[in-house]
Design a protein around this ligand. Structure first.
Ligand SMILES: C[S@@+](CC[C@H](N)C(=O)[O-])C[C@H]1O[C@@H](n2cnc3c(N)ncnc32)[C@H](O)[C@@H]1O
Length: 309
């Protein structure tokens, strides 16, 4: 993981302001102990100390933790314990009042947030607080064609070559784009998943979102975003309607656009899997298009098909 990844996260003031507010709301100055899981440059641990945390444990298996230690020394920040390990590998962690873990990906789940937060409950005292607390996943149809232009390359690369098989691979992927409200269909976004990080859950998630389309349109794909409650009243959102973050949004393409008539129904089903033997995520999505009682089309895409190694 390069320093550029951390630079982009530290440049994201929406993200930092939300975590700072959550820590300030939760930490009892001079009393609370904190675990920063996935500490990276140590920024959340430093914010926790600034908010009055008595002691902070920083967990990260990456070499960036040495940089965190150097930054702490240069800034005279004490009360820190550096643990260069994945939290999942720590056998008997000291129990703390607050666990903070920022391991959220663009899709939310691809950086191991489900596995890390489910396991992080071991690090908490019985009445301890987990930050973040819960998440909702949202979807909306995309009617702008501007993300489709990237796929046109497969038709334009060479007039003598039929590259449709490569184009199919390309569409079976999820893309990070800055999606604007004007890219979305004029229909309410729908929630396709929700979970409480302090509950019980697995890395297999599935849900659906149903849209009744009010007007004739053409749907090219779907926008996904998440809304994560760090603590009650502090929500970090990657919605196209919210201030922009470094996560932007996810674009899920379709194999074929949907030609929509007023009143048509579109059912989007999404399934994702993390926590397997291999790192990373599997995502599949199905779009079913109905007009009244008639099924017009069903298409399923899968990033496993798009992953050609
Ligand atoms: C998104 S970065 C966040 C870094 C820092 N907390 C911040 O807010 O800028 C996630 C970091 O978590 C680390 N990480 C991911 N899962 C972890 C786990 N289970 N235990 C410890 N570190 C983890 C990664 O190595 C990476 O440095």
């Amino acid at each position: 993981m390069s320093i550029e990844f951390h630079r982009r996260m530290l440049a994201d003031h929406v993200r930092l302001d939300a975590f700072r507010a959550a820590l300030e709301q939760t930490i009892r100055p001079g009393e609370s102990t904190v675990a920063d899981i996935g500490a990276g440059t140590g920024i959340l641990a430093f914010l926790a100390r600034a908010a009055g945390a008595r002691e902070v444990w920083l967990y990260d298996p990456g070499p960036v933790l040495m940089l965190a230690e150097t930054i702490a020394a240069r800034n005279g920040i004490d009360g820190l314990h550096f643990v260069p390990e994945s939290s999942l590998a720590v056998a008997a962690p000291p129990c703390v009042d607050v666990v903070v873990a920022e391991v959220l990906g663009n899709f939310a789940y691809e950086e191991g947030v489900l596995e890390t937060l489910s396991d992080a409950q071991r690090f908490l005292k019985p009445d301890g607080v987990l930050i973040p607390r819960s998440i909702e996943q949202w979807a909306a149809p995309v009617t702008s064609d501007r993300f489709e232009r990237d796929f046109a390359i497969w038709e334009q690369a060479d007039p003598h070559l039929d590259l449709r098989d490569a184009a199919t691979c390309s569409r079976n992927n999820m893309y990070v784009h800055a999606i604007e409200p004007y890219d979305l269909a004029n229909v309410a976004a729908q929630r396709w998943d929700a979970l409480d990080f302090a509950g019980e859950y697995s890395g297999n998630r599935a849900g659906d979102a149903q849209f009744r389309m009010p007007a004739a349109d053409r749907i090219y794909g779907f926008a996904l975003w998440w809304e994560c409650a760090l603590v009650p009243g502090v929500v970090l959102s990657t919605s196209p309607h919210a201030p922009r973050t470094h996560w932007d949004q996810i674009y899920l393409p379709l194999a074929q656009p949907l030609e929509i008539e007023p009143g048509d129904e579109v059912l989007l089903t999404i399934a994702s899997e993390t926590g397997g033997a291999e790192p990373g995520i599997e995502v599949r999505w199905t779009a079913a298009h109905r007009r009244g009682s008639r099924s017009l089309s069903t298409q399923t895409l899968d990033i496993g098909t798009g992953d050609i190694g």
